[in-house]
Design a binder for this molecule. Structure first.
Ligand SMILES: C[S@@+](CC[C@H](N)C(=O)[O-])C[C@H]1O[C@@H](n2cnc3c(N)ncnc32)[C@H](O)[C@@H]1O
Length: 473
């Protein structure tokens, strides 16, 4: 039987990004500083959870302290392919755990993150009498969390260049909105417990959910014990769900010696996601990407025509990150692996946008509409018939990318000096640097590809002029 066939689902920490299938290709040795440091505070945690679950959860892992907070360590030798933990659904916390009296009063607009945050708050306020107290007590404190929603305005300024800045503003606004909706409900549930519940407490609970809940059939689930494992972007181990057996499990992607920190991959997350949702970055993240916004300028006489055409042919797809909209056009660029390859990483929709952007007559636009109708309905997905126009469109795209590269370079150079006295600021500055340098690397790779594309096309165009015919492109 194929190993993967048993699993009906793979889950990532809550961002809906698909995880890789299980191939044990890479191995990423734990870093030297990650050797086991026993966390005495957690000695009773696994026995408590196993008793609650009624089954063994892990015989090869223990909770310890690492440079990344609490972590799971091998307590015995682990071999590639070993199942290292199994957490049954009956000890996972989902929105179903919201007390029914609260659930009944919550409006439809309150999402799963807020619902799980409510569960944390209720159990936290109940204190030692809570059935989840051993878990709630081990969750990180506000000062230990670095998601950008906790950054000061001055700290956020460091990442103004990145889309994470606006996403942070949006996330904070959403948390405030949710808080206004849930506060009266919590008061109604228990005025005593929630008489002075603050936005800060709710934000902390939301950040806990954002950094340790996995997507599940119930929307989102906190998975005690499994959520003490830290992230390694190169790991091939992910958290798997077995719906038949009603449990979540992790299979080792490499051998571990006793005392080594065990890491899994939360998802194929860029630093932007790691920073916003988890409060950390990787110095070199292969999944980095950049979100860019471009628009047809107001002074373009064909603006209305172009926008109409774009919307007619490219209706925004739900969940599509590269989309056209009346507010602006947002595209996600990933690292382009080779300047001479296919340009994978630059979305086709962005290149199409640049082609439409460069049209200077209604006839050109109408020709593109006809071409789209004759093909798969999508506009400007093929190279323009005129090589000059095709080169021009990509030069425009290159000019946007070059401008961004310059802005990122300036942002990195102007990162403020950090004093070792302000540890939190120094840490966040390093995260800002990781984020910006990763996004800059992606932009540079796109720029190199575009330069090469324009140069190749220019040469071909010149040669075909010399030969008096258009070379095959
Ligand atoms: C699912 S929890 C893992 C357990 C956590 N370390 C704890 O103390 O409870 C995710 C959090 O662990 C930390 N973390 C995980 N992987 C990390 C990494 N590679 N580098 C830095 N921090 C990491 C971040 O604070 C993140 O928000």
């Amino acid at each position: 039987m194929l190993l993967g066939a048993r699993f009906t689902d793979r889950c990532c920490l809550h961002r809906p990004i698909v995880c890789l299938s299980r191939r044990f290709k890479f191995s990423s040795p734990a870093k030297p500083q990650d050797s086991h440091c026993v966390d005495k505070d957690c000695d009773d945690f696994l026995p408590w959870l196993e008793q609650k679950a009624g089954v063994e959860i892990s015989s090869v892992l223990s909770i310890g302290k690492s440079t990344y907070g609490r972590s799971l360590f091998a307590s015995k030798s682990i071999q590639t392919g070993d199942c290292i933990l199994k957490v049954p659904y009956n000890v996972q916390i989902s929105p179903d755990n919201v007390p029914s009296k609260i659930n009944y009063l919550l409006g439809d607009e309150v999402g799963n993150i807020a619902k799980l945050a409510i569960v944390i708050l209720v159990e936290w306020k109940i204190g030692q009498d809570s059935e989840w107290a051993p878990y709630i007590n081990r969750l990180p404190q506000p000062g230990e969390m670095h998601s950008t929603i906790f950054w000061s305005e001055g700290e956020l300024k460091m990442i103004q260049q990145s889309s994470v800045y606006q996403e942070t503003v949006n996330q904070k606004a959403q948390i405030q909105k949710d808080f206004l909706a849930i506060k009266p409900v919590l008061h109604h549930f228990s005025e005593n417990l929630f008489k002075d519940i603050s936005l800060k407490e709710f934000m902390h609970a939301c950040a806990l959910v954002g950094s340790r809940a996995w997507g599940s059939t119930k929307g989102l689930s906190l998975i005690p014990f499994a959520d003490f494992v830290n992230h390694d972007g190169f790991s091939e181990s992910v958290l798997l769900s077995d719906e038949d057996k009603q449990l979540s499990e992790v299979i080792a992607d490499r051998n571990y010696a006793p005392g080594e920190q065990v890491l899994i991959r939360y998802g194929k997350f860029p630093n932007a996601t790691l920073l916003l949702d988890f409060g950390f970055t990787l110095p070199y993240n292969i999944y980095d990407q950049v979100q860019i916004q471009v628009n047809i300028p107001h002074h373009d006489l064909l603006r209305t025509l172009k926008l109409e055409l774009l919307h007619r042919h490219c209706p925004p797809k739900i969940g599509d990150v590269n989309s056209f909209s009346s507010m602006g056009n947002s595209f996600t660029i990933k690292e382009v692996k080779s300047a001479r390859g296919k340009g994978r990483g630059i979305p086709q929709s962005l290149r199409a946008f640049a082609r439409i952007f460069c049209c200077t007559s209604p006839q050109e636009l109408s020709d593109l509409a006809v071409e789209a109708a004759q093909n798969d309905g999508r506009l400007a997905r093929r190279p323009l018939k005129s090589w000059n126009r095709e080169i021009q469109a990509h030069q425009v795209l290159l000019s946007w990318i070059t401008q961004l590269i310059n802005e990122y370079n300036t942002s990195i150079k102007s990162l403020p000096p950090a004093s070792p006295l302000y540890e939190t600021f120094a840490l966040r500055k390093q995260m800002a640097r990781d984020l910006l340098t990763g996004e800059l690397r992606v932009l540079k790779s796109a720029g190199a590809w575009l330069e090469n594309y324009c140069a190749t096309l220019t040469t071909k165009s010149y040669l075909s002029d010399q030969n008096g015919s258009r070379a095959k492109f």
